[in-house]
Design a protein around this ligand. Structure first.
Ligand code: ATP
Length: 503
C-alpha cells in the first residue's frame, strides 16, 4: 500500500500540521469560516521561515551567478500570453468522479498510486509498465483508455472502496476573472498558473536593459494559481501558491549540457539546506508537457512518500517562438561569438531554455517535515533519573525564524536590563526574542518547538564578568562565552555562506 496522503489519514503529517498551526507557522485560510479548501496563510514564524527560504534561493540564483538577474512580473498578463503558452488549450488534468462517494480525483494520480503500490510490493517492473502505459494514453489524449486502465487495474475509490467511476474528462486548471470594468464582453484575464511566462515576455527587455549575453538566466519569485482537483495534502498542493523559477537562455544545441548542469546544481541546493541525500531522488517524466524536450522532478520523501518539490525542464525554443508568432514581435538574440565550424558569428536565433521551477511552499513543507524531531531524553542520575519526550525543529540555522532567544535567569538583580542591552546590540544583525516568563526549562522548550538554534542565558555570573551561557538546540549543550563574542558566534552559524559554500 502507498502511504496515506492526507493529514486525516497520515499520523506523522497530522502531527506536523497541528504543530505548524499551534506554533504560528501555517493556518488554514479564513479558518473562522471553516476555511477555504487548499488555501493557507503563513503565521509569524511561518512567514520568517518562508522568507528565509525564498531569500536563500534568490541569492543562490542572482548573487552567486553573475549571469542570472531577477524580475518581478505582474500576476495578470495579456490573455493572449496563455494562448501562446498553450495553457488555454492544454493546461488540463484528467478528472474522474466516483459515483458512490461523490469525490473527484485526478485519474492519472490514481494510476500513479497503483504503480507505486506495485513498486512497494517488490514488483517495480509492473509499476513502471503501468506508468509507461499511462504516459502513452495521456500523450494520445485517449481518455477512454485511461478509464479502461482504471477498471483493468481494479482501482477503487481510496475512501469508499467503490469502483463506480464516471468517464474521464479534461479540466482546465486556470482561474480567470473579469478583465475590464467597462467592457463586459472583454476576454477574461487569467491568474497566472506559472510565473515563467512573465519571464518569457520580458526576455528582450531584460536582455537589452541588463546587457545580458547568452547563456544567461532570469529568476523570479511570485504567486501562481491553479484550480487543483485533488487538494487534500496540506500545503503540498494549494490553489494559490508561490513559485521560484529561473529560465536559463542558451544557444540551441547546448541545452543538453545546461540541463545536466542545472539538474545537479538544484539537487545540491536541497542537500545544502539539510534535506538528506537518501530522501531526495530524481524522477524522469514519462509524459512530457507540451513544451518540454526533457523533464525531471526532484522528489523528496515526505511522510506520504516521494513527491515532487522541483521540476527541471528543457523547454526548447517553444515559448519564445510561440510568443514571437502570436505577438508578431521578433524574440531573437544576436550572438556574435564565433562558431568554430563555420568561422562566422552564430548570428540571430531564438534561444533555447532550461528551466528550474521549485514551489516555495513545497520547499517549506519539505523543510519542516525534515526538521520535525521527537526524541526521548534522560535527565538526572541514579534514583533521580527521569525520561521525557522532547519535540524540536532541527531547522538549518540560516532559515530558522528566530536566531537566538535571550533569557534573564530571574526578573531582578539587573538581569532583565542586561538581557535588554544584549538584545539592543544584536538586533541590528539578527532576529531575536527576549523571554523572561516561566522556568528556564520551559523557555528552552518553547524555543525548541519553533527551531531557535541558540538560547542565551543572563545569570548572576554575567553581572560579574560579562559572560553568558549559550544553549544549543540540537545537543542541549551549554557553552559559556563573553557577550562580546556573541555576534561572531551566531553569525558564523546562521550565515547563508554556510549553505552557499556547499553549492
Ligand atoms: P504536480 O505534478 O505535483 O502537480 P507540476 O509538475 O504540475 O506539479 P510544475 O508545473 O512543474 O508542477 O511546477 C513547478 C513547481 O511548482 C512544482 O515542483 C511544485 O513545487 C510547485 N507547485 C506546482 N503546483 C503546486 C501546487 N498546486 N501547490 C503548491 N506548489 C505547487
Amino acid at each position: 500500500m502507498s502511504k496515506p496522503t492526507t493529514p486525516a489519514e497520515n499520523p506523522q503529517l497530522k502531527d506536523i500540521v497541528a504543530h505548524a498551526k499551534e506554533y504560528g507557522f501555517v493556518f488554514q485560510s479564513s479558518e473562522i469560516y471553516d476555511g477555504l479548501a487548499a488555501v493557507y496563510d503563513y503565521g509569524p514564524n511561518g512567514v520568517e521561515l518562508k522568507n528565509n527560504l525564498k531569500r536563500l534561493w534568490w541569492e543562490a540564483m542572482t548573487q552567486l551567478h553573475g549571469n542570472v538577474v531577477g524580475i518581478d512580473a505582474a500576476i495578470f498578463m495579456e490573455p493572449r500570453t496563455w494562448e501562446a503558452s498553450g495553457h488555454v488549450a492544454g493546461f488540463n488534468d484528467p478528472l474522474i468522479d466516483n459515483l458512490d462517494s461523490k469525490k473527484r480525483y485526478r485519474a492519472d494520480v490514481l494510476i500513479e498510486e497503483k504503480a507505486a503500490e506495485y513498486e512497494k510490493a517488490g514488483d517495480p517492473a509492473r509499476g513502471a509498465a503501468l506508468t509507461a502505459e499511462l504516459g502513452r494514453l495521456l500523450t494520445a489524449n485517449d481518455l477512454a483508455g485511461v478509464k479502461q486502465l482504471i477498471i483493468d487495474e481494479k482501482i477503487t475509490d481510496p475512501l469508499s472502496g467503490s469502483s463506480k467511476w464516471t468517464d474521464v474528462r479534461q479540466f482546465n486548471l486556470m482561474f480567470s476573472t473579469q478583465g475590464s470594468a467597462v467592457d463586459s464582453d472583454a476576454p477574461p484575464v487569467y491568474l497566472r498558473p506559472e510565473t515563467a511566462q512573465g519571464i518569457f515576455v520580458n526576455f528582450l527587455n531584460v536582455q537589452k536593459s541588463a546587457r545580458m549575453k547568452i547563456p544567461f538566466g532570469i529568476a523570479q519569485i511570485g504567486k501562481a494559481f491553479r484550480n487543483e482537483i485533488v487538494a487534500r495534502q496540506f500545503i503540498f498542493r494549494m490553489r494559490e501558491f508561490e513559485q521560484m523559477e529561473m529560465q536559463f537562455f542558451v544557444r540551441p544545441g547546448t541545452e543538453g549540457e545546461w540541463y545536466e548542469t542545472w539538474k545537479a546544481a538544484r539537487r545540491r541546493f536541497h542537500e545544502a539546506l539539510g534535506l538528506p541525500a537518501e530522501k531526495l531522488r530524481f524522477h524522469d517524466h514519462d509524459k512530457l508537457a507540451h513544451y518540454a524536450k526533457a523533464a525531471v522532478d526532484i522528489e523528496f520523501e515526505f511522510p506520504f512518500g516521494f513527491k515532487e518539490i522541483e521540476g527541471i525542464h528543457s523547454r526548447s525554443d517553444f515559448d519564445l517562438t510561440q510568443h514571437q508568432n502570436l505577438s508578431r514581435k521578433k524574440q531573437q538574440y544576436f550572438d556574435n561569438d564565433i562558431d568554430e565550424s563555420t568561422g562566422k558569428p552564430y548570428g540571430n536565433y531564438v534561444p533555447y531554455v532550461v528551466e528550474t521551477s521549485v514551489g516555495a511552499d513545497r520547499l517549506f513543507l519539505a523543510t519542516i517535515c525534515q526538521a520535525f524531531q521527537e526524541e526521548t531524553i534522560t535527565e538526572g542520575e541514579g534514583e533521580a533519573q527521569t525520561t521525557k519526550q522532547r519535540t524540536f525543529l532541527k531547522l538549518h540555522p540560516a532559515v530558522a525564524p528566530i536566531k537566538a532567544a535571550i533569557f534573564p535567569l530571574v526578573r531582578k538583580d539587573g538581569m532583565p536590563e542586561k538581557a535588554q542591552q544584549i538584545f539592543d546590540d544584536l538586533r541590528f544583525d539578527f532576529r531575536l526574542v527576549i523571554e523572561d516568563k516561566d522556568a528556564i526549562g520551559k523557555r528552552y522548550t518553547r524555543q525548541d518547538l519553533i527551531g531557535t538554534p541558540f538560547c542565551i542565558v543572563v545569570d548572576g555570573q554575567t553581572l560579574e564578568d560579562d559572560t553568558v551561557t549559550v544553549r544549543h538546540r540540537d545537543t542541549r549543550e551549554q557553552t559559556r562565552m563573553p557577550i562580546s563574542a556573541l555576534r561572531a558566534y551566531i553569525s558564523e552559524a546562521v550565515s547563508f555562506r554556510r549553505v552557499f559554500e556547499k553549492l
